[in-house]
Ligand binder design. Structure first.
Ligand code: BES
Ligand code: MN
Ligand code: MN
Length: 481
């Protein structure tokens, strides 16, 4: 006699398999290969900021090229630029159908401070975390952006392998995003025809939580500057000269402190002139997104949040501009004590901007103000690094609607539109040069520690991305008709 357990078990399997759709079945079958392929990519230290890693960055471009070829692109090439190359790939099935252009970056941030990693940054390991009970891959670039761009490669593999690609697809994967994409604008300006598309799709942002899908509808702009304060022409004995000449570190820190007022507003004249003020209704809509200030504080081990008066935490880090010191140095920082008044002091400062603020104009305002507030006795140099404009996307576009439907199917919930505080400066250039809108379908979590030690990407998120992306193509093609 057949046991009751056996019948239940068999029936369960049949029910499970029939409830899985084709993409889920494909993912279940190829899951371990998808993970090992990503792990191989993560082993290459493609640190664009450090020239010592030049060969590794170039090797990563080659690896991306091979993966695009294997996934089914008909034509893949490595396009030289004045910096690191752009990997371009395409599969054109019918020129009269819409074209999706996927953008991503294969370069990563430096792993410093390396001592704070629990495992080496370029030797990926899988571990579970509170937010990722199914495991997460720990490595530099796991989430930003190798893991997220690779979801698109695997989604293409699925669509070509099962003959389900509903439209044309192009890939443009760059190697200089983490250092400001300085050569990408020239590449875009020179390749309008090659990059021609109906929508740009990027996974290089995050979402609220695994049970709360969201689509990023805004990015902040950025102005990044370095300042140098010079006092005396050489380092001086702090006893012999102390009190009689300007100490560049004392001056620099005083100047920096004056850049915010008591309400934590930025004091640079004209800084807020073009800032878009959101309506009460828009702010009320934003406030509906689930958010717990208590868990936020707990996750960061802080006893209170801090920022501009009159705005909530979620507003402060998305719709409001900011000014932050990213690094400050000068004088003696070695072992023990050395009595010295340094000749120079330095700081790196970033300003996150909101739509309508022009980054070049803000950089000028900063420079003029910083020079103006310097006291006599020091010389000031302001060196602009890089920057870019912010971006907002409407939620009534075909692209947004297609993305929303895709998430609804795979997450079982309508995604929440949410503005992010991060920056991908090239997105506004896409709009100006290629006249296309970008859809930001990010699958990372804020807790994934991008740019930090122990960066990771949830395996659930990785696979969910691969599952959701083909549905975007399907809905976008259908809605374009
Ligand atoms: N992927 C990030 C940007 C991001 C992350 C946006 C999460 C939204 C949510 C990107 O790689 C990045 O780090 N951008 C830099 C700017 C760039 C010019 C160096 C940034 O935001 O600091
Ligand atoms: Mn990124
Ligand atoms: Mn980044």
């Amino acid at each position: 006699m057949v046991s009751k357990n056996f019948l239940f078990y068999t029936f369960g399997i049949i029910l499970y398999c029939t409830s899985m759709n084709q993409i889920q079945t494909y993912i279940a079958k190829h899951k371990s290969r998808f993970i090992t392929e990503l792990i191989e990519l993560l082993k290459i230290p493609s640190i664009s900021a450090d020239p010592a890693f030049k060969n590794e960055v170039l090797k990563t471009a080659e690896a991306i090229k091979t993966s695009l070829q294997q996934a089914g692109c008909d034509h893949v090439e490595i396009c030289e630029t004045a910096g690191y190359p752009v990997v371009f790939g395409e599969k054109i099935i019918n020129p009269s159908l819409p074209t999706v252009l996927v953008y991503g970056h294969y370069d990563v941030q430096p792993p410093d401070p390396i001592d704070l990693w629990d495992s080496p940054p370029f030797e990926p390991v899988v571990k579970t975390t509170e937010r990722h009970p199914d495991g997460a891959i720990f490595a530099r670039g796991a989430c930003d952006d190798k893991g997220q761009l690779y979801m698109h490669v695997k989604a293409l593999e699925f669509m070509t392998a099962t003959n389900q690609l509903p439209c044309n697809v192009k890939f443009m994967i760059e190697g200089e995003e983490e250092v400001g994409s300085a050569n990408l604008s020239t590449f875009i300006k020179q390749n309008h025809e090659k990059l021609k598309n109906d929508v740009i799709l990027i996974s290089d942002t995050g979402m609220i939580a695994n049970n709360t899908p969201s689509i990023t509808t805004g990015l902040r702009g950025l102005s990044y500057v370095e300042v140098e304060v010079t006092g005396p022409n050489r380092d001086l004995h702090s006893g012999l000269y102390g009190g009689a000449v300007a100490n560049p570190i004392n001056i620099l820190t005083t100047m920096i402190a004056s850049l915010h007022d008591d309400s934590n507003r930025i004091t640079i004249p004209g800084f807020y002139n073009k800032v878009e003020e959101l309506s009460k209704a828009e702010r009320a809509e934003m406030a509906k997104a689930p958010f717990s200030i208590e868990s936020y504080k707990k996750a960061l081990d802080i006893d209170d949040v801090y920022g501009e008066s009159g705005y909530s935490t979620n507003e402060r880090n998305s719709i409001r501009p900011t000014l932050d010191v990213n690094g400050i140095w000068g004088g003696y920082t070695g072992e023990g004590a050395k009595t010295v008044i340094p000749s120079k002091a330095y700081a790196k400062i970033s300003m996150r901007l909101v739509p309508n603020q022009d980054w070049e104009e803000i950089t000028k305002l900063f420079k003029t103000h910083f020079e103006n507030i310097a006291p006599k006795g020091v010389k000031i140099k302001v060196k602009p690094h890089h920057g870019g404009q912010g971006y907002v996307t409407p939620i009534n576009s075909i692209g947004y609607q297609a993305a929303s439907k895709a998430y609804e199917q795979t997450f079982g919930k309508i995604p929440i539109p949410q503005r992010s505080g991060g920056s991908i400066p090239i997105v506004s250039l896409f709009e100006h040069e290629l006249k296309s809108k970008t859809i930001l379908m990010g699958f990372g979590l804020d807790s994934d520690a991008i740019h930090s030690p122990n960066e990771h990407f949830g395996i659930w998120n990785y696979l969910k991305g691969i599952e959701t992306i083909p549905l975007f193509y399907k809905h976008f093609t259908a809605l374009s008709k």
